[in-house]
Design a protein around this ligand. Structure first.
Ligand code: MN
Length: 146
């Protein structure tokens, strides 16, 4: 059992980490907490990510998938060629090899739980050529940050 620590969206004994250990400028104002590591016959991790207002996750794709539930605030998510406004209790699946990015575009924090397999490939960011091609898209072209 891991209980909330009483402050908003923090848990007893759970460290708040930078979103990505290696840093970079391809994301903004986002933190990561691992609520449960993979164990035994359930090889998935449960993480909580939170963006401050105007923050965003890395625009990326990879072989593994994500299963997400928003639990704080609201924002927008790009999945493939769609951009959708999402809020508390919405559930989002990110399929394999699908470009995705979360953005806190509503002036509030934006937090979500994310389930991911413990064994997974490294995310890929778009190349300059892929960015140029994606920018031509009528829906996602104006949305994503790199
Ligand atoms: Mn991802």
């Amino acid at each position: 059992m891991i209980r909330p620590s009483g402050e908003n969206f923090t848990w007893h004994g759970v460290d708040i980490h930078p979103y990505k250990e290696d840093g970079g400028t391809h994301f903004k104002s986002i933190t990561r907490q691992t609520l449960a590591p993979a164990e035994h016959d359930l090889p998935v991790e449960l993480r909580y990510f939170e963006m401050a207002a105007d923050g965003y996750s890395t625009m990326e794709r990879h072989d593994h998938s994500h299963l997400v539930m928003i639990i704080r605030g609201s924002g927008e998510v790009m999945v493939g060629d769609t951009v959708t406004e999402v809020g508390v209790h919405d559930v989002v699946r990110i399929p394999p090899q699908t470009w995705h990015q979360f953005r806190a575009t509503r002036g509030t924090e934006f937090g979500f739980l994310c389930v991911v397999h413990e064994v997974r490939d490294r995310p890929h960011r778009p190349t300059e050529e892929e960015v140029a091609e994606l920018r031509q898209h009528p829906v996602v072209g104006a949305f994503f940050k790199v």
